[in-house]
Design a protein around this ligand. Sequence first.
Ligand code: HPA
Length: 255
Amino acid sequence: MLAIIGGSGLTTLSNLDVSHREVVRTPYGEPSGALVFGQVCGNPAMFLPRHGYGHTIPPHLVNYRANLWAIHHHRASAVISVASVGGIRADLEPGDILIPDQIIDYTWGRKSTFFDGNGSPVTHVDFTEPYDRALRERIVAASAELALPVKVGGVYAATQGPRLESAAEINRLERDGADIVGMTGMPEAVLARELELPYAAISVVANHAAGRASSANGIHFERLEQVLHEAMGRVRTIIEHIAGCGDACRPPLKP
Ligand code: HPA
């Protein structure tokens, strides 16, 4: 079953035909909200809003471990994470969708592993390719079939938040090789890897990053919501297509 974690701008999945909701108790505490189960075009799917239903949980306080554990417990076969980002690379405009293929983690103090002692053997997961290649290709293929352009590949810088970055910090991230910046990509991606859950991200550029282009003198929050609203409509269409809608010749992701 496909799991979708929604971020800012995607707090519900309107194309999910909801069957039930479940509050999942986990060994790591409470997930961000009840898991919503249903069908997208007849295929099972589940949805979790990362910041809670009232969008009240800031990025540094999201219980990423509980979220991923709950999704895994309910036998997700793959996770698509949707999140808004700031665009650092010069060709990125608000409203663009990018499918990242790398991550740099600048977050701190977050509970970022399931392997933290408890008598279990020390475990190091391979994170060379932080996003699942096949799932990324599936997202890119769906977008191409729908003629909805997405930018393929890019380095996601995960910052601590909840504040936005300074212009100098964005310059530093660019020197490090980052193309986009967001606050929730880590530890979500590595926790999925630890659970051996295929995981990929759909990043929606909400704004130019601090100090760049239209954000040269500050980030304009008024515009941001409108951009996200429109772009998330395209993201929903892509997710529907991946779930199997109108795609007779290709099976949906594993039930
Ligand atoms: N920085 C960090 N996270 C973000 C941004 C940003 O500019 N825009 C949306 N999420």
